[in-house]
Design a protein around this ligand. Sequence first.
Ligand SMILES: C[S@@+](CC[C@H](N)C(=O)[O-])C[C@H]1O[C@@H](n2cnc3c(N)ncnc32)[C@H](O)[C@@H]1O
Length: 278
Amino acid sequence: MRYDPSFFAGAAVHYRSGRPPYSPQLEALLAAELGLDDGHGGDGSGRLLDVGCGPGILTIRLAHLFEAVVGLDPDAAMIAEGRGAAQERGIANITWIQARAEELPEVAPGPYRMVTFGQSFYWTDEIRVAEAVYDMLEPGGALALVGHKFEGRPVPPSPGPPRIPHDEIGELVRKYLGPTRRAGQSAPPVQALSLEDALAGTRFGAPRVIFAPGIPDLVRDVESVVSGYFSMSFAAPHLFGDRVDEFAVEVRELLWERSPEGVFWDWPGDTEVMFVRK
Ligand SMILES: C[S@@+](CC[C@H](N)C(=O)[O-])C[C@H]1O[C@@H](n2cnc3c(N)ncnc32)[C@H](O)[C@@H]1O
């Protein structure tokens, strides 16, 4: 797959405030799977590589579990957000590298105890990248693909506020950008294989799929919902050109109409981890 530097152009500043967090139990789940110290009593051990780290979502959450961590992403603005967020939190064991996964191992040589991809594996040349990662892991090390899973998962009861009107916002995106889903200068990557099948075709073999419970009562305000859209490659700010503010105004108007209190329930699903070991 050919990387396009404009896939997430303008999205980085919206990412942390706009995207729903992964399960609060994710760290514990990964630590238990790997047999790691939970970080509360020790300094962490081994090294973590977080590929397609974006603004350091997993990189920062998992940093305390490891002695040293590398966050890798080709988007300079994402890396800058990650670095800033780590500094704000006083986290000093992360090295940030601007590079594509396809440039591994040279840009971030192993060995690693764990390599993570948070909603990023599908942006890469999956089989080739997984094979490179296999060679970079220490024996017994793990690859974990992390993402939100909504389909087929039980939906908790609403805590009260209305759901985000994704269908209607999607209509607005199409009104501005046309009927074909966009990403960068053309279209998003075509996923020929499911993530499971892609891994099954590598030396790792088929993954174990584990779930950590999502946050059932996540409530977002209007600005957070708008940011959520701008953080997506298919609605990244650059795609709207000089109509970006006009689009944001229309989305805000719609949201205030749907929720006079300006708050929405966001249920992104449970956190899914596809886990394989070397
Ligand atoms: C949806 S974001 C995920 C960010 C973060 N990992 C998370 O869990 O929220 C996808 C990230 O993958 C990155 N990406 C796209 N193509 C890539 C490639 N070929 N190699 C590595 N990362 C890539 C993008 O720049 C973007 O930051």
